[in-house]
Design a protein around this ligand. Structure first.
Ligand SMILES: Cc1ncc(COP(=O)(O)O)c(C=O)c1O
Length: 380
C-alpha cells in the first residue's frame, strides 16, 4: 500500500525533537519556528509532558466515555482556571475541525436555526460544515456545499450589521478566528468582535470563537478574542492543547443546556489525551508562557518592522505573519530552511508564518534574526 499523496512535503525525515529544535536522521539540527502548524505549544518533548504521558501509559491509555474519567474533570477545572472561563463547560474531541463541527451543531441545537455567518479568508477545517465555512473552494467537495453558510467580508461591520438587520432571526451562529491563521495572519478588529457580540445578543445567535490556531495563549492572551474584551458563547480549541498529542475541545458558556447524547465521540477525552492537555496547562501556568508569548512576540514583530526588506508584519504574540519586498518575496522561506535550517510556515500572498513554541527564548529568536540578516545581506 502507498500513502495517499495529498501533502506537499519537505524531503526531511525528523527523528528527534527537544524544545524549539528538531533533528533529522543525519543529525542536522533545525530551529523550529513553526511548531508543526502551531501545534507545539510548550516545546517539543517537554520533560513534564513526557513524564506525565509515560506515567499514564503505565496505568491506562484509553477507555471510552462510558465510565468516569477523572482526568477530564481535572482538565476542565484547570482549563477554566488558566483561561479565566471558569463558568464554561468542556466537551472533548480530537481535532480542530471536529471541535468546530460540534460547536456549529450545538449552536444549531440551541437556536433551532441553520444559517451560519462566516468570513472571507476564514479557515475552519476540512469536515463537512467546517469546510463549507472555510473560504477555499479547492477543498470544498460538492457534497459539502450548503446554502446555509453565508460568507461576509472580514472586519466589515457595516456588511455584518446589514445582514443581521435583514436575516438576524434566522442566524444560528457567527464563527470567526480571532486571528486568521491559514488566511495569512489577519487580526479581527476589536470593534468587529464587539459588534459580533452585540448582534448575537440582540438576535439570539451564537458567537463561536474558532481558537484552534490563535488560542491557548499563542496570541499573548489565552484566547485571541480576549483582547477585544468580549466573551464568546463557544470557544473551539485544538492544536496547542496537547503539544502534539491529538486532543481538542469546545468551551461552552453556561446558557447552553446539555442533553444526553446530543454530542459524542469514541476517542475524545481519553486518558492519554487528557494527561497531555493537563500537562500543557501546568507548563503554560508555571512558566508564564502566555506572558512570554506576548513579550517575545512583540520583540519579534518590532525587529521585523525595522528592516526595509520587510514589506509588512501582522499578528500578535507568537502568531506572526510577514511579507518580504523583492527580491526576497518568494525565496526567503525556502532559503531559511535550505540555507539556515529554520522551519517556518507559509500562507497566502507569500506570507511567512511564525508559530513557534510559546516557550521560545530570546536567544532562539535572535538566532532566527542572525540567519534572517545573513539572507537579506546576500540575496540568492
Ligand atoms: C483556525 C483553524 N480552525 C480549524 C482548523 C482545523 O483543525 P484540524 O486540522 O485539527 O482539524 C485549523 C487547522 O489549521 C485552523 O487553523
Amino acid at each position: 500500500m502507498h500513502l495517499f499523496d495529498v501533502y506537499s512535503i519537505q524531503q526531511i525525515n525528523i527523528t528527534k525533537a527537544k524544545g524549539s529544535y528538531v533533528w533529522d536522521e543525519t543529525g542536522q539540527k533545525y530551529l523550529d519556528m513553526y511548531g508543526g502548524h502551531a501545534v507545539i505549544s510548550i516545546g517539543h518533548l517537554h520533560d513534564h509532558w513526557q513524564k506525565a504521558l509515560k506515567d499514564q501509559l503505565d496505568k491506562i491509555a484509553f477507555y471510552s466515555n462510558s465510565i468516569i474519567i477523572r482526568l477530564q474533570e481535572e482538565l476542565a477545572q484547570k482549563l477554566g482556571e488558566v483561561s479565566g472561563k471558569e463558568d464554561y463547560s468542556l466537551f472533548l474531541c480530537n481535532s480542530g475541525a471536529e471541535a468546530n463541527e460540534n460547536a456549529l451543531k450545538l449552536a444549531s441545537f440551541h437556536t433551532g436555526r441553520k444559517k451560519v455567518v462566516t468570513f472571507t479568508g476564514a479557515f475552519h477545517g476540512r469536515t463537512s460544515l467546517a469546510v463549507a465555512a472555510t473560504d477555499n473552494p479547492a477543498i470544498v467537495a460538492p457534497v459539502n456545499y450548503t446554502g446555509d453558510i453565508i460568507r461576509l467580508p472580514f472586519n466589515d461591520e457595516q456588511a455584518l450589521t446589514e445582514y443581521f438587520t435583514k436575516y438576524g432571526q434566522e442566524i444560528c451562529a457567527v464563527i470567526i478566528e480571532g486571528i486568521q491563521g491559514v488566511g495569512g495572519i489577519y487580526e479581527a478588529d476589536a470593534s468587529f468582535l464587539q459588534t459580533i457580540r452585540k448582534l448575537c445578543d440582540q438576535y439570539g445567535s451564537v458567537y463561536i470563537a474558532d481558537s484552534v490556531q490563535c488560542g491557548y495563549g499563542r496570541s499573548g492572551t489565552f484566547f485571541a478574542h480576549d483582547a477585544a474584551g468580549v466573551n464568546a458563547d463557544i470557544y473551539t480549541m485544538a492544536k496547542g492543547m496537547g503539544n502534539g498529542f491529538p486532543v481538542a475541545g469546545i468551551a461552552i458558556a453556561p446558557k447552553f443546556e446539555a442533553k444526553k447524547g446530543m454530542l459524542g465521540t469514541t476517542f475524545g477525552g481519553n486518558h492519554l489525551a487528557c494527561t497531555a492537555a493537563v500537562a500543557v496547562l501546568d507548563v503554560i501556568q508555571q512558566d508564564n508562557l502566555i506572558e512570554n508569548a506576548a513579550t517575545l512576540g512583540q520583540y519579534i514583530i518590532n525587529r521585523l518592522q525595522s528592516y526595509p526588506e520587510v514589506k509588512s508584519v501582522r499578528g500578535r504574540g507568537l502568531m506572526i505573519g510577514f511579507e518580504m519586498n523583492e527580491p526576497f518575496t518568494k525565496t526567503l522561506k525556502s532559503d531559511l530552511l535550505s540555507k539556515c535550517n529554520i522551519f517556518t510556515g507559509e500562507a497566502k500572498n507569500n506570507t511567512i508564518r511564525l508559530l513557534p513554541s510559546l516557550a521560545l527564548t530570546r536567544g532562539e529568536a535572535d538566532q532566527f534574526f542572525t540567519s534572517f540578516e545573513s539572507l537579506i545581506q546576500t540575496p540568492s
